[in-house]
Design a protein around this ligand. Structure first.
Ligand SMILES: [Zn+2]
Length: 168
């Protein structure tokens, strides 16, 4: 039945939950419905896609795990050397591992197979292959998750709540 975007009382995205949990929050009066997709759970109760909490919740920063999937998402599935977008993407260590480069958000980027092979065990400078953008740690885990869902095209109703992060 799909996922539901939970907004804080301030209308900022807070998390993503199952429709069942969202319905419980609505029934308990802890949240209000903001968007629905026109489907009904039962008569008079549309299936929510976006809800908003009635009370503001403070959220601590949550670490985003350094995974292949997350690095590809940060780099928008684009080779950071030649802008190639496609299926056969790899991860490249900016400073090669053989030369002390670490596994980190700052040292790992998405690269196509061609660029990865071409660069080999050189730095971008040595290989004369400048990076399109300086790799950095994603700011907010929530925006990260939410944009992933919106980009997948599953939850278009969420789009207007995450504008600003999609263009970056
Ligand atoms: Zn490339």
């Amino acid at each position: 039945m799909g996922k539901v975007l939970v907004l804080n009382a301030s209308f900022e995205p807070l998390n993503i939950t199952s429709w069942r949990r969202a319905v419980v929050l609505l029934i308990k009066g802890k949240a209000e419905q903001v968007e629905h997709n026109g489907k009904y759970i039962y008569s008079g109760f549309p299936l929510p896609t976006v809800i908003r909490l009635r009370h503001y919740v403070r959220v601590p920063y949550k670490e985003i795990s350094l995974t292949r999937k997350n690095i590809l998402h940060r780099d928008q599935q684009t080779c950071q050397y030649c802008s190639y977008r496609g299926e056969d993407l790899t991860l490249d260590h900016v400073i090669p591992r053989s030369r002390g480069g670490e596994d980190s958000w700052e040292n790992m980027v998405t690269a196509c197979v061609r660029c990865n092979v071409k660069k080999g065990s050189r730095t971008p400078k040595e290989a004369n292959m400048p990076l399109l953008t300086t790799p950095h740690r994603p700011h907010s885990s929530l925006y990260f998750e939410v944009t992933k869902h919106v980009k997948n095209g599953v939850n278009q109703e969420w789009r207007k709540y995450v504008i600003g992060d999609l263009s970056s």
